[in-house]
Design a protein around this ligand. Structure first.
Ligand SMILES: *Cc1c(COP(=O)(O)O)cnc(C)c1O
Length: 376
């Protein structure tokens, strides 16, 4: 474990030993017998990986696809949503840049319209405003569960239930909630997450859930010979499970690492993890709030493990640099990542500190002291 005080699990966390063992072990095995043979040896474990992710998400194994990032998951699902001129897409104020870019691109191409659902005074999605915006022309509601730039937790289930009343598809970005919150009852039709953040998996890993009930409403376009079979010169047959969203090639070592990471989280217990993170985040928030010149920027009713703040007269990047020199790893989030929200709140950049369960109370207190010193 790191000697440093590591407060960046919302960026790229520290993988535990079982994850390292899987990844490195498999790479070594590939060097001994070749990648195909090495994958074959682990075929059963790779297959079991779908059950493991299904347990995390409260879905069926055939509703799970492995990918190489949350963005890939999101893109491939979004690309399969049929859209035409006049269709409406609703997004939250904390929409992530990685989703906003393809949304805008697709809107431009199809003539579909993107509309932002306002947040209420607390900062979470305004459910009443959402109700007023919804009608049959809304084809997709894109929800960011936990944004990249504040402690908010959006009420995913309540949003999804409302969206379903008009028959809209619900795509949930669970990138910052996977490994932190229970995802078994989000109401989402499609859900994307990454390996490297709260799940403590390897970089370059992610997964997608697509509910069987909505799969035939989708039109997957980015398909290869794994997602479909070439059965006659002019004919292909698409797979009839979520793996239609996968490609043939992948890093087997990393996928085994992700499966190990999900298993590791399930063994510890998502309920326990959520409580442990909340405890640390609250301690950090309280400590930071008490410092003169520091403003905690978290919004929402229920709060996550992302603690964001600004320091009077000191840029976020400078705070991050000073803290790093003092042995504390944090990161920053700038306005381009969540443009609607940051513009509305008039913030350029925040410092983001995200403590996982492996951070001790003493380390939290030390980090607060270091912020206090860096302000002076
Ligand atoms: C990090 C993040 C993503 C992207 O995850 P990748 O694995 O980098 O593709 C998407 N949404 C949110 C809210 C994020 O914080």
């Amino acid at each position: 474990m790191s000697e440093r005080i590591f407060l960046d699990s919302a960026g790229s966390s520290l993988p535990p030993e079982p994850v390292l063992d899987e990844v490195i072990g498999h790479l070594r095995r590939e060097a001994q017998i070749g990648g195909y043979r090495a994958a074959q040896e682990r075929a059963e474990d790779l297959e079991k990986g779908y059950d493991v992710v299904a347990e995390l998400l409260g879905c069926r194994p055939d509703e799970v696809a492995f990918t190489d990032s949350a963005t890939r998951s999101w893109l491939t699902a979004f690309d399969a949503v049929p859209l035409k001129a006049g269709d409406r897409i609703l997004v939250t104020e904390v929409e992530y840049a990685g989703n906003a870019v393809p949304l805008l691109r697709r809107a431009d191409e199809t003539g579909a319209v993107i509309e932002v659902v306002p947040s209420d005074h607390s900062g979470q999605v305004d459910l009443e405003a959402l109700g007023q915006l919804l009608d049959e022309r809304v084809k997709l509601v894109s929800i960011v569960h936990v944004p990249t730039n504040s402690g908010l937790i959006n009420p995913a289930k309540q949003i999804a239930d409302k969206a379903h009343e008009v028959g809209a598809l619900v795509l949930l970005d669970a990138c910052q909630s996977a490994g932190q919150l229970d995802l078994r009852d989000t109401g989402a039709d499609m859900l994307s997450f990454t390996g490297r953040k709260w799940l403590r998996g390897p970089r370059g890993t992610g997964a997608l859930m697509v509910r069987n009930e909505v799969r035939e409403r989708l039109h997957p376009r980015l398909v290869d010979m794994h997602s479909a079979a070439w059965v006659a010169p002019n004919e292909i047959e698409l797979r009839d499970d979520a793996r239609v969203f996968e490609l043939w090639e992948s890093s087997v070592a990393d996928r085994l690492g992700l499966i190990a990471a999900v298993r590791y989280a399930l063994d510890r217990g998502l309920g326990r993890i959520e409580a442990e993170i909340a405890e640390r985040a609250t301690r950090l928030r309280d400590g930071l709030s008490a410092i003169d010149g520091v403003e905690v920027r978290d919004i929402g009713v229920r709060k996550s493990g992302l603690v964001t703040f600004t320091v009077d007269g000191l840029g976020a990047s400078e705070v991050k640099r000073r803290l790093y020199d003092a042995g504390v790893t944090v990161s920053t989030s700038d306005f381009n990542s969540t443009l609607f929200d940051m513009t509305k709140r008039g913030i350029d950049e925040v410092v983001r500190a995200s403590p996982h369960y492996f951070v001790t109370e003493d380390q939290i207190d030390e980090a607060v002291d270091e912020v206090s010193r860096s302000v002076r």
